[in-house]
Structures are given as C-alpha cells and as structure tokens.
Design a binder for this molecule. Sequence first.
Ligand SMILES: [Zn+2]
Length: 230
Amino acid sequence: MKKNMLFITLLLFSILILSACISNSTYNNNNHNNSKKSNTAFKVVIDSGHGGKDVGATGASGQYEKNFTLSVSKKVEKLLKQEPQIQVFMTRRDDSFISQESRYRPKYANKLDADLFISIHGNTFSNPDVSGTETFYYHKNSRLFADIIQKYVAEATGFRDRGIMKKDLFVVKDTKMPAALIEVGYLTNPENESKMWTDDFQNRVATSIVEGIKEYKVRSEKKGIEKWIF
Ligand SMILES: [Zn+2]
C-alpha cells in the first residue's frame, strides 16, 4: 500500500513537471512569433522597367519609357519611405542597364525575401489609337495584388481600364512573392503620353500605387496569405 502511494505521488509529480514544460514551450513559441511579426517590416521591391541601352518603348513624342518608369518609381520610393511599417527597395535608381538574361530583377527580390514586387512600365503598340491602363501577373498568389493595384492605378490615370491579365513575363513569373507589372498607360498614344510626362500625373500614379500596396498589406495580413509559392 505504501509502495502504491509512493508510485502515485511520483506519477502525479511527473505529470505536473511535464505539463509545466509543455505550457512553457507553447508560451515561448507564441512569444517568438509575436516578436518576429512586430520586428519584421513589410518589404516592397519597386522595379523600374528598362534602363541604359534598353530604352523600352519610344513614345509618340520620341521620349523613352525608361525615363518614365524611373521617374514614377522614385516618386513611389519617396512615398513608401514615409510608411513606418514598409521597407522599400529599388532594382535601379539611375539609368543603369539590367540585362534580361541575368534575371537580376526577380533574383534581387527573392534574395531579399521581399513581401511584394511591383514592376512599373509604360505600354507600346503599333496602333496609336490603343490606350489604357493594365496590370500583368503570373502566379495565382499574385492575383489579389494585381486586382487591387489595377483598381487604384486605373482610377488615378483616368485612362481606359483594360483590367488584369495573366502573362508569361519573367519579372512576375520568376519572383516568388506576389508580383505585378503595371502598364500605366500607352506611350504610343499621344493623349496618354502627354499626360504621362507631367509631374502632377506621375505623383497621382505614385500615390495610387502606394495606396494599393497598403490595401494589399492589410488584406493579406488579415487573411494570413502565404507569400511564397514554392
Ligand atoms: Zn516596358
């Protein structure tokens, strides 16, 4: 009888220690996750299309797309720097040439473990009557972001809303995080183009891109969307 009592006491004691260990480790895990969340900024990569000898589209007035994309990208960068929870990165900040073969743009974003990738472009077409704003994406995890950014940018440009489209473009295909490529307007359409070179228009577009990023950030955090596709 005495032996049994000793056994039961020992067993109860062991259970107590074990449960204390388990709850402690759960607490530590939660604590770890919380601190990780609050200390990790939302990383956004702004990719200014083209650059250097890759001039991109030649607009109706003869101006190059590479200058338009850099100007808008820098405005977006300036605005995002004012957002305390967002960390902004640029694939280029000057007229440097980035070869397509190097796949530098998506590699840069993947290496950073970025949360969002956004490539800024101006469109071109043989028929100068074609105009409007459109957004391209590739992976399913980018659809929501493409939708949101298209809504904001199309509203800001006031151009024809051409919607979003899945397209096999390496900058949105090779990036592992949600990625979208915005064609702000058609540089080959004289009406679109004349607006696209104005400071006022570019500021409006930059603001709309930032608003889109912020809406996506809130919605993805609420839903707990996984950013990685692999
Ligand atoms: Zn382009």
